[in-house]
Design a protein. Structure first.
Length: 387
């Protein structure tokens, strides 16, 4: 037997470890990067006061749930900043809690923001209700699935941000109030009419949350997530506030705000798409933290996407500073007209440079902050009144 010198044994050990790590990466489909995983234990996410969390949805495929560690890490490398929140979809057509996706995000060191949508395959907009319709939910048809999803969330154990039935004040998703009676008056409360569409959607929202809580899913902070512009617009019944399920069912308020995303649309500024919706959302309950749950803009020369991004970052820090997080929608897709909508931050060198410059500001916090769940804290203070 030939004895190897110490340096040779060290080399053998290093090569063995490298081979093992490579095997783990190959088997899991992940790449090792420096990360601080979300710790275990009963924790509660804190919303920052002097800044806002970074966040993104990173082109996770048609079902918005093909979450990979590499995609998230690549986005961080490209933009120069770690993500505190990572958003993705959990559509009811999949019939399971997205445990793998949530754990990948937690291993990266971010909090999952889950868009839990009662939507069946194929996931196409503007086609009306499917088998996960509001009457079926309220009739108990999907109780078993809701309970299994809740059990999965409880077993996951770490903090989650979840919205159910986002953007109900639009007409493109099958849970929109447009499909459930719209502006039909079905009663009155405190001198105000109750409209069928919003009331039925709110009822389903509360039903789902009640079932999840009854199963012990207390690691979720529930969000109410509206679109900045209502469709149909100009009605008394289809407003941002109309679908709010109540203070007991919303821990935070969310908003989707996009610039131009279709080739044949006009080119609004960031202020054009934000300035009306921002105070409407805030007025729902000024004590609730706000999240810009989706924001983005397409690349359509000669319109200036880079300027839109620069303006947005500056405005979110100065004029719209009540947002405690902002989630950029990083995606490219082909439209029905055969054109492409490219919302990715790297759709052009100029757009990427603008995003990197904006997110580098210390205002944007790259690590989520927590407190032990159940810790006594002061009652949340109302945010400053808006003009």
């Amino acid at each position: 037997m030939t004895l190897l010198p110490p340096w040779a044994w060290a080399l053998v050990l290093c090569l063995s470890l490298a081979t093992a790590c490579g095997r783990v990466e190959e088997e899991t489909g992940t790449r090792r990067v420096a990360a601080e995983p979300i710790p275990t234990g009963p924790l509660e996410l804190l919303f920052p006061e002097g800044g806002a969390y970074t966040g993104a949805y990173v082109d996770f495929g048609e079902g918005e749930d093909d979450v990979t560690y590499d995609a998230i890490a690549d986005f961080e490398q490209m933009t120069g900043k770690h993500l505190a929140l990572v958003a993705f979809g959990s559509f009811w057509g999949e019939q399971a809690f997205p445990d793998k996706q949530a754990r990948i995000i937690a291993a990266y060191g971010a909090v999952p923001l889950i868009f839990w949508s009662p939507w069946d395959q194929p996931y196409m907009e503007n086609r009306g209700p499917d088998r996960f319709n509001v009457p079926a939910i309220l009739a108990g048809t999907w109780d078993d699935y809701i309970d299994r999803w809740a059990d999965g969330a409880k077993a996951y154990g770490k903090p989650l941000l979840v919205t159910w039935g986002l953007e109900a004040n639009g007409s493109w998703f099958p849970w929109s109030g447009v499909f459930y009676g719209g502006g039909e008056i079905i009663g009155e409360e405190n001198g105000r009419p109750l409209y069928a569409g919003p009331e039925r959607v709110k009822q389903a929202n509360r039903y789902v949350i009640d079932r999840v809580r009854a199963r012990g899913g207390h690691n979720i902070l529930w969000g109410y997530h509206a679109n900045n512009a209502s469709l149909p617009k100009g009605t008394d019944w289809n407003t941002i506030a109309a679908y709010y399920p109540g203070d007991a069912y919303a821990d935070w308020l969310g908003l989707s705000v996009y610039g131009k995303i279709q080739r044949f649309d006009g080119w609004p500024s960031f202020h054009d798409v934000m300035e009306d919706a921002y105070p409407q959302l805030h007025r729902i309950n000024p004590a609730k933290p706000m999240i810009l749950a989706e924001w983005g803009v397409g690349e359509f020369p000669p319109d200036d996407k880079a300027d839109f991004i620069r303006t947005a970052f500056a405005a979110l820090k100065d004029q719209y500073r009540l947002f405690r997080a902002a989630v950029f929608w990083h995606e490219r897709w082909e439209t029905e007209a055969g054109t492409f909508s490219n919302l990715r931050v790297n759709s052009s060198p100029e757009s990427l440079a603008a995003y990197r410059e904006g997110v580098a500001d210390p205002w944007w916090l790259d690590k989520p902050q927590f407190k032990p769940k159940g810790t006594a804290v002061s009652a949340p203070k109302a945010s400053p009144a808006l003009p």
